[in-house]
Write a protein that binds this ligand. Structure first.
Ligand code: SAM
Length: 243
């Protein structure tokens, strides 16, 4: 992990950071459409069921929208700490008026805002947990579990690191073949781009450890439901019985 201060919040709360994220959003979402659908399909609900779920670090709601599309009776609570992302999200979520609300929540801290219900039917997160230090990942998983209804699922779509440099090299080779410009971009980062990159990857850890955190937080039926190179969907449910 770099010794430099964590600039995650500065990036997500800046006009420049958001405009850079938004400029590539359509292309990214096209490539992720299948994973978005899978995450929604993995949830435990019947097609017409009415329920409320949370999307933590929701950004513009790309993951939440897939659940709202899949289940017409679903309502979303989108938690994020970036006013800029939430403003962009309100545009993207216009067709879902009345089925969602944003809640300001800094996931780095344990104080869940009062607007978050004490019980959630399901919780999802997408590309946000990797921004948290390990200790906070572990606490957050326990907090998510304690707020889920018995039998409720938590699913996380996120990036993982390789423990083995040889594996990392394979992931990079395959990714570069799919996007031949990425090797060039990597070799020609400006110092600012390099700082951002290092900040971005500082808390990304191997999959096994994340799965261990989930089990230690008391989830059951834990699995990696999808994986491709450095991206995964994993999750588990709060046991139906017990505390
Ligand atoms: C890479 S974007 C992903 C957005 C969305 N979940 C998606 O899949 O497109 C990361 C999101 O996490 C949010 N985020 C990062 N750190 C956070 C924190 N400590 N508390 C709340 N939100 C955070 C950012 O504001 C941003 O909206």
């Amino acid at each position: 992990m770099p010794e430099t201060p964590d600039t995650n919040a500065d990036i997500w709360k800046s006009a420049e950071g958001i405009s850079s994220w938004m400029s590539t959003a359509d292309d990214r979402e096209r490539r992720r459409a299948e994973q978005r659908r899978l995450l929604a399909d993995l949830l435990q609900f019947d097609d017409g069921e009415t329920f409320t779920f949370a999307d933590l670090g929701a950004g513009t709601g790309a993951a939440a929208r897939s659940v709202l599309d899949r289940y017409p009776g679903a309502s979303a609570i989108l938690a994020d700490y970036s006013p800029q992302m939430m403003a962009e999200g309100k545009k993207a979520l216009a067709p879902y008026q009345g089925r969602y609300r944003y809640v300001e929540f800094d996931l780095a801290h344990s104080e869940w805002p009062a607007e978050m219900p004490a019980r959630l039917a399901a919780t999802i997160s997408s590309l946000s947990v990797h921004h948290l230090p390990d200790e906070r990942k572990q606490q957050l998983f326990a907090e998510i579990r304690s707020r889920l209804a018995p039998g409720g699922w938590y699913l996380n779509y996120d990036a993982v690191a390789a423990d083995d440099p040889a594996v990392e090299a394979v992931w990079q080779r395959a990714n570069d073949r799919r996007d031949p410009a990425s090797a060039h971009k990597r070799a020609h980062r400006t110092p600012e781009e390099q700082r951002r990159y290092e900040n971005h990857v500082r808390y990304i850890i191997p999959l096994d450890r994340q799965i261990g955190f989930l089990r230690a937080a008391g989830f059951e039926a834990v699995d990696v439901f999808w994986k491709e190179l450095d991206y995964v969907i994993y999750g588990g449910r709060r046991p139906v019985t017990g505390t």
